[in-house]
Design a binder for this molecule. Structure first.
Ligand SMILES: Nc1ncnc2c1ncn2[C@@H]1O[C@H](COP(=O)(O)OP(=O)(O)O)[C@@H](O)[C@H]1O
Ligand SMILES: [Mg+2]
Length: 591
């Protein structure tokens, strides 16, 4: 499953963003109030200029009103600018607060959603792209949320007040404002489409940069040994350059938009100046009018720029909501037993991966009794891992069903199913925490120290933590890089021991161990497998001689079933595999 393809209208995106921040409406109200007051101060300033001109023009024959105004004008200017400053601060702070809370909640929702998306989703998405959504996209929304509302609110109100004042001063002169305004609106509309396109490209290019960067950091040893530096550099360079170009194109569009808007506005001003000569009008009115008109430019310019921000917010919002709208893992079952006996029955299973034509599993029928251990062997790519991944429902079969204690796995709730299953994988990812916390992970977090210690001992973890000053409380490095593959596998085995669940899956659980450590751990694993339904996929056949039953898989089908001795005696695929490994083992021993 890939990211759901959705198209959202800008309105839908804003509505959804509002649904997140909407419950903080009192803050919204505060922002609206302070922004409106702020907007009024601009018209107030134009009024003061008109009044001042009137007084200067009147010279010494002032009326009583004019005398009064003249006295209080300096104080009025001070008050005007003081309240302007306060309103500006309040509206910016309030909006910033709203933006940050929206970001926090949105980011939280996306992350929560990541945790509940089906495995197939991650098969089809690059983690770099998914990570950049949590950082870059979310921030785009934040910026937009604050800038846009502030600018839209403050500036459009400022424009409204200024225009009203201009109409009051001279309807005739205002004609120009009404000619210029629609032209600006048209320019803005055209620009917003361009912005939107650029912003999508920028998002993709940031995702590419993160992805390539991430891969290079993770694979730094491979890059060194296989001299991949120039390949990585050129790949990174291409993405980096793509990002620079689109950013630059956006900048050009933004700046050109500014310039054009200013130019169009200048037309209006020129027209007004031309008209002043034709009509009969007070100087003070002209002064007020021109002041208001010049003050109009700033907000108008910002209004065209805000579009770029709106468009990036929409593009980013789209990218985030398409994650949130991607369906979660299907979890319709209700069955949640406290204990299970642990019989597992694969019935007529057919399976193929999404977007892959070939069938991966065909006609799989296996019945495993409670406590029985089953080994699955076969060439790599024969479907062993796929088969066991159906049990915890990482994927659902296309046909057939899997029964646990005679209940279909789909009857269980996902957590009700998975709490009875332990898994040790070939690839062990550790969390950046102490070794003890890595063993007592998730639902095991409440395990007692004694329990953690004894599972660590059984899995031979203590053997290497003994030498560490903090023992089990040593913090593993980022992604566990300070531990060897074998040590990480032992931690993962300790985790399974601690979980103590009735069903156990060991998928090449000891592949990173040398023969000697494997033999050490084999004892622990044998103990672990006792009285537990176990599926063990082993690369070394010597480790599965004692299991109750072995199935041999080839190209997604079960081709042989039986005990070790039976299969050897039958002289089929298993016997051939065994002879091959036996000979290799002997060869390496004598070498
Ligand atoms: N996530 C996946 N998406 C698509 N195909 C996959 C995926 N995982 C495995 N395959 C394919 O399914 C087949 C069986 O793989 P797998 O079960 O991992 O084999 P095994 O564990 O026996 O080596 C292989 O052909 C492999 O390429
Ligand atoms: Mg495998």
């Amino acid at each position: 499953m890939a990211i759901a393809k959705h198209t959202y209208s800008p309105i839908q995106i804003y509505k959804r963003l509002l649904s997140i921040s909407g419950r903080y409406w009192p803050v919204f109200l505060g922002v609206a109030a302070s922004a409106s007051l702020f907007a009024a101060t601009d018209a107030g300033f134009a009024y003061l200029v008109a009044t001042l001109t009137e007084i200067v023009e009147a010279g010494s024959n002032l009326t009583e009103r004019q005398e009064f105004i003249k006295q209080w004008l300096p104080l009025a200017v001070l008050l005007l600018f003081a309240s302007r400053g306060v309103c500006n601060f309040l509206s910016n702070y309030g909006m910033g607060w709203l933006a940050r809370i929206t970001v926090k909640e949105l980011r939280g929702r996306v992350f929560e959603h990541y945790l509940e998306l089906p495995t197939s989703f991650f098969d089809h998405s690059s983690s770099g792209q998914l990570l950049s959504k949590l950082t870059y996209d979310v921030n785009q929304v934040a910026q937009a949320a604050s800038n846009v509302v502030i600018v839209l609110f403050k500036d459009s109100l400022t424009i409204l007040f200024l225009v009203l004042y201009m109409l009051y001063l001279s309807p005739a002169l205002s004609v120009f404002v009404f000619i210029v305004a629609p032209i600006i609106a048209l320019i803005v509309r055209f620009l917003s489409n361009v912005f939107r396109r650029h912003n999508k490209k920028i998002q993709t290019s940031v995702g590419d940069i993160t992805r390539i960067g991430e891969e290079a950091l993770q694979a730094n040893k491979i890059i060194k040994v296989f001299s991949g530096q120039s390949y990585e550099s050129s790949r990174f360079d291409a993405a980096n350059e793509r990002n620079r170009r689109t950013e630059l194109r956006l900048l050009v569009t933004k700046s050109a938009g500014d310039a054009v808007t200013v130019f169009v506005t200048a037309f209006g001003v020129a027209g007004v100046i031309y008209l002043i000569n034709k009509i009969d009008i007070d100087v003070s009115r002209v002064a007020g009018f021109i002041t208001a008109m010049v003050m109009l430019m700033g907000p108008l310019k910002r209004l065209t720029n805000v579009n770029a921000t709106i468009q990036s917010a929409i593009a980013a919002g789209e990218s985030l909501f398409s994650i949130i709208d991607t369906p979660k893992e299907i979890d319709t079952g209700q069955f949640n037993p406290d204990t299970i006996k642990g019989s597992v029955n694969f019935k007529n299973i057919q399976f193929g991966y999404e977007n892959v034509k070939e069938q991966v599993l065909t006609d799989i029928n296996i019945h495993v009794s409670p406590g029985e251990s089953l080994a699955i062997v076969g060439r790599s790519g024969s479907g062993k891992s796929t088969l066991v991944s159906l049990l915890p429902r990482f994927y659902d079969p296309e046909a057939g069903e899997i029964l646990i204690d005679d209940h279909s796995t789909t009857e269980f709730s996902l957590s009700g199913l998975r709490k009875h299953i332990s898994l040790v994988n070939q690839e062990v990812t550790l969390f950046n925490d102490t070794i003890a916390a890595n063993i007592a992970y998730g639902s095991l977090a409440n395990a007692s120290e004694d329990a953690i210690r004894s599972s660590a001992e059984a899995a031979n973890v203590t053997e290497f933590t003994k030498q560490m000053p903090d023992g089990l409380n040593t913090v593993v490095g980022d992604r566990g890089v300070l531990l060897s593959g074998g040590q990480r596998q032992r931690i993962s085995i300790a985790r399974a021991l601690l979980k103590n669940s009735p069903i156990l899956i060991l998928d090449e659980a000891t592949s990173a161990l040398d023969t000697q450590s494997e033999r050490h751990i084999q004892a622990a694993l044998d103990k672990l497998m006792q009285n537990r339904t176990t599926f063990v996929i082993a690369h070394r056949l010597s480790t599965i001689e004692k299991v109750d039953r072995i199935i041999v898989m080839d190209a997604g089908r079960i081709i042989e079933t039986g005990r070790h001795e039976e299969l050897l005696a039958a002289g089929g695929a298993y016997a051939a595999l065994y002879r091959l490994q036996f000979r290799d083992d002997n060869a390496s021993k004598s070498a």
